[in-house]
Write a protein that binds this ligand. Sequence first.
Ligand SMILES: *[C@@H]1O[C@H](CO)[C@@H](O)[C@H](O)[C@H]1NC(C)=O
Ligand SMILES: *[C@@H]1O[C@H](CO)[C@@H](O)[C@H](O)[C@H]1NC(C)=O
Length: 203
Amino acid sequence: MARAALLVSSILLSCLVATSYGATISSLMRTLVVTASPAAGQVLKAGEDKITVTWSYNNTFAQGTDSTYKTIKVKLCYAPISQVDRAWRKTVDDLSKDKTCQFNIVTKPYNPSNNTFTWTVERDTPTATYFVRAYAYNSAEEEVGFGQTTDAHKTTNLFEVHAISGRHTSLDISSICFSAFSVVSLFGFFFIEKRKAKSSQQK
Ligand SMILES: *[C@@H]1O[C@H](CO)[C@@H](O)[C@H](O)[C@H]1NC(C)=O
Ligand SMILES: *[C@@H]1O[C@H](CO)[C@@H](O)[C@H](O)[C@H]1NC(C)=O
């Protein structure tokens, strides 16, 4: 009985520990100023167009707030409009479970100013509405600060990516050819059958 109670309490404790260490977006300070080149509403082509991202420490925060910052990861993130009914893109406050920012743009050592990076939107980026977010990590790889190109509600300054349609086009063409082939062979069989019927009638 005592052992069971011990077991249960240790399980509970480990759950508590496991959950209390994950950083949450709501607890992070927005200490980074992040800007990206696309204008609000601009449409970028995946695999072709580029995004230039700049980021820096917001000096309104006390000096040294960034003393634990070691690396910066810049990511492309889904805007709420592109998350509707898509559980696999869902925003979760616990960042270890969050699926908002699935595309890495760049990882760099932390520098309080003068950071810029130009990224070509990857070919396999899905058609959707996006913004850019940067996370600061400490030496234990925990999120300790962030910044993003949109407001807190993720409604301003969003841009779109349109996926390459090349693969779809060739798929479409092959399915059209296949359908045409089916129709032609159907008529072919029909005529052969008709001929057979005619010739057997003539006999
Ligand atoms: C810097 O942070 C302050 C306080 O949160 C904020 O009011 C200000 O808009 C930020 N500056 C920039 C350039 O984002
Ligand atoms: C900013 O970075 C550029 C290129 O890396 C460098 O030439 C320039 O001197 C830097 N400016 C400052 C203020 O650090």
